[in-house]
Write a protein that binds this ligand. Structure first.
Ligand code: NAD
Length: 360
C-alpha cells in the first residue's frame, strides 16, 4: 500500500540535511520499489516568515494526513526576539502535542569507526547501544498550575507541577517493554521515587506493566544514580524508560557518549505507531548554508521512520548498512573528522550513502 510522508525541512541547516535524506528515499523508491509519496511544508522560523505562524494550519493538516513526518530542525537567532508563542520551537511543541506524540525514542549508538570521537575512554563506550524511551507529552513540562506569581509579601514565586496519570505511565512503559522485546530484553526505569510521590506511582505502574512481559528483566534506578552510571558504565543499559524531564537530560548525556551530535536520530510516536522523525541536534545556525553539516543523523532518522511507522525493517537496514559502509570508507563531515579520514561536505556524504544503497 502506498504510504505518505510529510517532509518539514525547517530552518538553518534543516533544508541542507533533509535534501540528503530525500535523496536516500528517492533511491529506495527507484531501486528497491519503496511505495511512497512525499509532501513538503513549512514549519518553524521559515513558516513564521512566510505565513506568520511557526505551525501553519496547512502544515498541521498535512501532518495529520501523513503516515509519518520527517523534520530537519527549527530555530535560529533571527527569531529569538519574537514573542514566545511565535517562536519556531513552539511550532515543534505544537506539532508534538497535536499529533499526540507521547513516546520519544532516542537511540545512543556508538559507531565503532567513530570510537575516538567520544570524550570517554574507547573501552567504556565501544559497542554502546542504548535506547532511551522518554515520555514526551506529560510531566513537569506540561503540569498545571505553572507560572510566576507574586506573593502577599511581594516576593515572586516560580511554580511548575509534576503530574502523571496512571494511563500516561502505562502507555510509555508498554512502548519501552515492546522495544526491549526486540533487543536484549532489559528495561531500566528511571525515577526519583525516594523523594517524589509522582514517581513513586511511576515505579509502581511500570512494575505492574512489567508483569505482562515476563521475558523482560526490569530494574529501577534513581535518576541521580542513572546519570552517574551513564558516564561510569553505560553499556550496562539496554532500554531506559523515564519521565519527560529526566529523559530530556539523560538522553543528551547519552548522546554525547557517542561523541557526535550529527549522528543520532530520534523518533516521537503516537499510540498507533505514527511518528515524527528528526535528528537530535538543532538547526546549527553557525554552519548553516556552508555545506558542512552532517546529514547522517537525518538519514538515520529515515531508517527509524521506515522501521517504526512504515513497517519496512528491511529498507531501514539497507540505510543503516549503507551509512556503515560510507564510514568504513573513511568519508567524514568536519564534525566527525579524525586523522586519516577524508573530509567531505553535506552533499558529498549524502551522495556516498545513496551510491552505497544503489550498490546493494
Ligand atoms: P545545535 O544542535 O543546533 O548546535 C550545537 C553545535 O553542534 C553547533 O556547533 C553546531 O554547528 C553543531 N551541529 C549541530 N548539528 C550538526 C550537524 N548535523 N553537523 C555538524 N555540526 C552540527 O544547538 P544550538 O546551537 O543550541 O541551537 C541552535 C538552534 O537550534 C536554536 O534556535 C535552538 O532552539 C534550535 N534547536 C532546535 C531543535 C529541533 O529543531 N529539534 C533542537 C535543539 C535546538
Amino acid at each position: 500500500m502506498r504510504k505518505r510522508i510529510l517532509i518539514l525541512p525547517g530552518d538553518g541547516i534543516g533544508p541542507e540535511i533533509v535534501a540528503e535524506a530525500v535523496k536516500v528515499l528517492d533511491c529506495l523508491r527507484q531501486d528497491f520499489g519503496l511505495n511512497l509519496e512525499m509532501d513538503e511544508a513549512l514549519m518553524g522560523g521559515s513558516a513564521y516568515d512566510a505565513a506568520g505562524h511557526p505551525l501553519p494550519d496547512a502544515t498541521l493538516a498535512l501532518a495529520r494526513e501523513a503516515d509519518a513526518v520527517l523534520l530537519g530542525a527549527v530555530g535560529g537567532p533571527k527569531w529569538e526576539q519574537l514573542d514566545i508563542s511565535m517562536r519556531p520551537e513552539k511550532g515543534l511543541l505544537g506539532l508534538r502535542s497535536e499529533l499526540g506524540l507521547f513516546a520519544n525514542l532516542r537511540p545512543a549508538i556508538l559507531y565503532p569507526q567513530l570510537a575516538d570521537a567520544s570524550t570517554l575512554k574507547a573501552e567504556v563506550v565501544f559497542g554502546l547501544d542504548i535506547m532511551i524511551v522518554r515520555e514526551l507529552t506529560g510531566g513537569i513540562y506540561f503540569g498545571q498550575p505553572r507560572g510566576v506569581r507574586t506573593l502577599d509579601d511581594g516576593q515572586r514565586l516560580g511554580l511548575n507541577t509534576l503530574t502523571y496519570k496512571e494511563s500516561e505511565i502505562e502507555r510509555i512503559a508498554r512502548v519501552a517493554f515492546d522495544i526491549a522485546m526486540q533487543r536484549e530484553r532489559r528495561v531500566c526505569s528511571v525515577d526519583k521515587a525516594n523523594v517524589l510521590e509522582c514517581t513513586e506511582l511511576w515505579r509502581e505502574v511500570v512494575s505492574g506493566i512489567g508483569n505482562d512481559y515476563p521475558q523482560v528483566e526490569l530494574s529501577h534506578m534513581y535518576v541521580d544514580n542513572a546519570a552517574m552510571q551513564l558516564v561510569r558504565a553505560p553499556k550496562q543499559f539496554d532500554v531506559i524508560v523515564t519521565t519527560n524531564m529526566f529523559g530530556d537530560i539523560l538522553s543528551d548525556c547519552a548522546a554525547m557518549l557517542t561523541g557526535s551530535i550529527g549522528m543520532l536520530p530520534s523518533a516521537s510516536l503516537d499510540a498507533g505507531g505514527k511518528g515524527m522523525y528528526e535528528p537530535i541536534h538543532g538547526s546549527a545556525p553557525d554552519i548553516a548554508g556552508q555545506g558542512k553539516a552532517n546529514p547522517l543523523a537525518t538519514i538515520l532518522s529515515v531508517a527509524m521512520l521506515l522501521r517504526y511507522s512504515l513497517d519496512e525493517p528491511e529498507m531501514a537496514e539497507r540505510i543503516e548498512k549503507a551509512v556503515d559502509e560510507v564510514l568504513d570508507g573513511g568519508l567524514r563531515t568536519p564534525d566527525i573528522w579524525s586523522d586519516g579520514c577524508r573530509e567531505v561536505g553535506t552533499v558529498e556524504i549524502g551522495d556516498a550513502v545513496a551510491a552505497a544503497l544503489s550498490g546493494q
